[in-house]
Design a protein around this ligand. Sequence first.
Ligand code: GRF
Length: 200
Amino acid sequence: MLRIAVCVSGGGTNLEAIFKAIEDKKIKNAEVVKVIGNNRNAYAFERAKSRNVAFECVSPKDFEDREKFNNALLESLKAANPDLVVLAGFLVNVPEIVVKAFKNRIINIHPSLIPSFCGKGYYGLKVHEAVLARGVKVTGATVHFVDEGIDTGRILAQKAVEVLDGDTPEVLQKRVMEQAEWIILPDVISKISDGVIAIG
Ligand code: GRF
């Protein structure tokens, strides 16, 4: 059974997509064992609660310095003993001690076609604002391994989404989530669970 820990910051729609894929058996032989977030008001925690999945808030605000937060995040993850860590709308830069502890075992969903519109400062709505400002006609989402950089790990899956005239950042974000993120993230997890994609 693949043990999955999911890190969240907000609404948790990608977490929901993972839960649904497990329930629909699109992801076999896997379970979400813990949800960890940096924002105690994240609706993602409600989603975990509704499935009786353990959850914990580990917020930088609760620690006197960044190193203490980093260690607390590492301890919270280690306590779950996951095979795979999934960053699903997680807006914290993963500390190096976590990347090292879970080498090639952390994946992230990014709401653009990397290497476009990624890296420092490109997260959430800001990604779609930049896409619209540049005037590209196609965007999408990417699932990649997490390494020491920001959005620089090996790409595992991508899915393109059309940008339409009149799109607002919010409308585009929703289309990218519906037509790409919520499809490719569960699909990559399924491939990891089936051994098609190797981790570790
Ligand atoms: C989404 O745009 C996702 O691509 C990004 O964070 C946003 C919220 O994701 N990583 P979620 O609804 O919390 O899964």
